[in-house]
Design a protein around this ligand. Structure first.
Ligand SMILES: NC(=O)c1ccc[n+]([C@@H]2O[C@H](COP(=O)([O-])OP(=O)(O)OC[C@H]3O[C@@H](n4cnc5c(N)ncnc54)[C@H](O)[C@@H]3O)[C@@H](O)[C@H]2O)c1
Length: 341
């Protein structure tokens, strides 16, 4: 398949592009490149692609494409809360526009990177499946719900949207993010000796390795249409349904000498959900996630040591919000996050 991969220069896209290529697909990238230089370790070999803002996509970008994997977005709650209107412009409106262009161009499959954050304040200890009520508590999560609704309305006999509701990712990617929970806790543990938890540690936070997300998308790309057409899937595994306190314990075991410190200063996080991941396994026989939280913590600690992660890079270069703030203060991007040059 010829696959348009948006967000190919992000944390997940950088891991996914080679997995797609190894499965025999021709990958074309599309990304504004906001974090293209945020690399830890050897520079990744990106697929051919265009540096373009999602809001400026034209029919030529989807011409001749068999499938779209749409990852490009302002990718977390702090970014979404920075400028809610911008989040809706980029994450919602531009995504739906891309999907319409794709459908008009005859693209048959559109895999959308949604999130388990759509369950938001679902709370409780029961498992949340895809048909549970959606209770987004942030503009980021709300933008994902709106895209799912609008893409659902576009589904027809020739156009198959698939909603991939990923758990929170972890693991090494050359374009590292240190602002997601496991990556953050491992970095903090190595740099300070403390596994610092600011919430009270009780929220459930299902996790999934970036490589398992890449494998799931690759499987969904070629799955029989009837197995995935217009369906939502939670992406992850029950074994990685963990509380923040449990994540911290795993990190302390992976980084010898590190101590867990739960300050509780941010109180109880309202985002808490335990997730049922069985629907995707049923749709894609043989698929299961391979990585546990502990393995991921060990992998990250190795990578951080090997590539000499510094405190400066940990706090700025690999924190999406800090990178965008710095680009804005330096005048490199305008207040709509478009490059000035
Ligand atoms: N990482 C996670 O834990 C996680 C979990 C669930 C869902 N997701 C979703 O997966 C997708 C990828 O996440 P990620 O962790 O790789 O994030 P990321 O921030 O590393 O990558 C996002 C990419 O989108 C690009 N982008 C942002 N705005 C753009 C615009 N206006 N035009 C063109 N490109 C733009 C950025 O340059 C970046 O390369 C996102 O949609 C995110 O919401 C991520």
């Amino acid at each position: 398949m010829r696959v348009l991969l948006t967000g190919h220069q992000g944390y997940l896209g950088t891991v996914m592009a080679p997995v797609l290529a190894a499965a025999g697909h021709e990958v074309v990238g599309l990304d504004a490149g906001l974090f293209a230089d945020c690399v830890l370790g050897p520079a990744p070999a990106d697929p051919p692609g265009e540096r373009i803002d999602l809001r400026d996509v034209t029919p030529e970008h989807v011409a001749g494409v068999d499938a779209v994997i749409h990852l490009a977005a302002l990718s977390n709650d702090p970014l979404g809360s920075l400028a809610p209107e911008l989040t809706y412009d980029i994450n919602h409106h531009a995504s739906v526009r891309l999907a319409r262009l794709a459908r008009d161009a005859g693209v048959r499959r559109f895999l959308y990177a949604s999130t388990c954050s759509v369950y938001g304040a679902s709370g409780g200890d029961g498992l949340v499946a895809e048909d549970a009520p959606l209770r987004p508590v942030t503009p980021y999560a709300e933008s994902k719900v709106r895209v799912e609704d609008d893409l659902h309305a576009l589904a027809d006999g020739d156009f198959t949207p698939v909603f991939m509701r990923n758990a929170t990712a972890f693991g090494y990617s050359p374009r590292l993010r240190a602002d997601i929970v496991l990556n953050n806790l491992v970095g903090h543990a190595l740099l300070s000796g403390e596994v610092l938890v600011l919430s009270d540690g009780t929220p459930w936070r299902p996790l999934v390795h970036a490589a398992d997300i890449a494998r799931a998308f690759t499987a969904a790309l070629t799955a029989p249409r009837e197995a995935v057409h217009d369906r939502a899937f939670n992406i992850g595994s029950e074994i990685n349904n963990v509380t923040v306190a449990e994540i911290a314990e795993q990190v302390a075991e992976a980084v010898s000498g590190a101590k867990v410190v739960i300050t509780g200063e941010n109180g109880a996080d309202p985002r808490s959900y335990r997730v049922d991941f069985s629907r995707f396994r049923a749709a894609i026989p043989g698929f299961d996630c391979e990585w546990t939280v502990k393995q991921g913590a060990l992998e990250l600690a190795d990578a951080y040591r090997k590539f000499d992660l510094t405190r400066e890079d940990f706090e700025r270069r690999f924190t999406r919000l800090a990178v965008l703030r710095a680009a804005s203060e330096a005048g490199a991007v305008d207040d709509t996050l478009r490059w000035r040059r």
